[in-house]
Design a protein around this ligand. Structure first.
Ligand SMILES: Nc1ncnc2c1ncn2[C@@H]1O[C@H](COP(=O)(O)OP(=O)(O)OP(=O)(O)O)[C@@H](O)[C@H]1O
Ligand SMILES: [Mg+2]
Length: 222
């Protein structure tokens, strides 16, 4: 489904070039669940930004379902990402001025989904994530774990083929972390391809393939 060929990213700095991704080659099959580990600053979030089509400032080739992402213009890339990718950010990135239900509706509002269908999908996902009681609350009225649940719900409400999760359990207690991981496993069983960044070896082991990043070099992990 996904193929990266010699993907490289760097920033020019006065002291020389700051490398972020180096010669990254990766193939991801439909239904894979990848775990990426690595020290802080090793390029994990940068790799997810490339995979999620949030960043286009890199060199190399990226094919997604046969489409050449590296050749896409900005508009095309953004609409492709909206249609195919869900993103759970390292920090939840919920909109503070919108309620839980409004946050969940947002990705659908960008995608020409009819309003009756939007309402029913929001209701379904609130139910599935056991957050119906929170639907009219604002993010600041939720615990960290609940905010992360909403962030995952928002990432999957558009039924993306690819779900990217940047330390989705980083700020959570272990029981909340388990809940998020169970949810990811369930989405994966239902066919969603997942790439997660995690610092937790037990959570990394939930993936079917494990990788490590060091200074921008991606290696298969044992
Ligand atoms: N605008 C920039 N200019 C220069 N270097 C940058 C810039 N943005 C990011 N970097 C560098 O890119 C490298 C990778 O950052 P990235 O956020 O991908 O790391 P990470 O592995 O996700 O770390 P963490 O575990 O702390 O989230 C870091 O060394 C960072 O300093
Ligand atoms: Mg990061």
């Amino acid at each position: 489904m996904i193929e990266l060929k010699n993907v490289e990213k760097s920033f020019p700095l006065p002291a020389g070039r700051q490398w972020v991704l180096r010669n990254v080659n990766l193939e991801v099959a439909e239904g894979d669940f990848l775990s990426v580990m690595g020290p802080s600053g090793s390029g994990k979030s940068s790799l997810l930004s490339v995979l999620g089509l949030l960043d286009s400032d890199w060199q190399g080739e990226y094919r997604f379902a046969g489409q050449a992402v590296h050749a896409m213009k900005e508009r095309e890339r953004k609409s492709f990402a909206r249609d195919h990718v869900g993103f759970v950010f390292q920090h939840y990135h919920l909109l503070d001025d919108l309620t839980v239900a409004e946050n969940l509706d947002l990705p659908l509002s960008y995608r020409d989904v009819p309003s009756s269908e939007r309402r029913s999908r929001v209701a379904d996902i609130l139910d599935r994530f056991s957050i119906v009681a929170k639907k009219d609350l604002y993010p600041r009225q939720l615990s960290g774990g609940q905010q992360q649940m909403v962030a995952v719900a928002r990432a999957v409400i558009g039924r993306p083929r690819l779900l990217l999760c940047d330390e989705p359990t980083g700020a959570l207690h272990s029981s909340q972390g388990e809940m998020i991981m169970d949810l990811l496993a369930e989405l994966n069983r239902a066919g969603t391809t997942i790439v997660q960044v995690t610092h937790n070896p037990d959570y990394a082991a939930r993936g079917n393939r494990r990788f490590e990043l060091f200074d921008g070099w991606l290696k298969t992990a044992a």
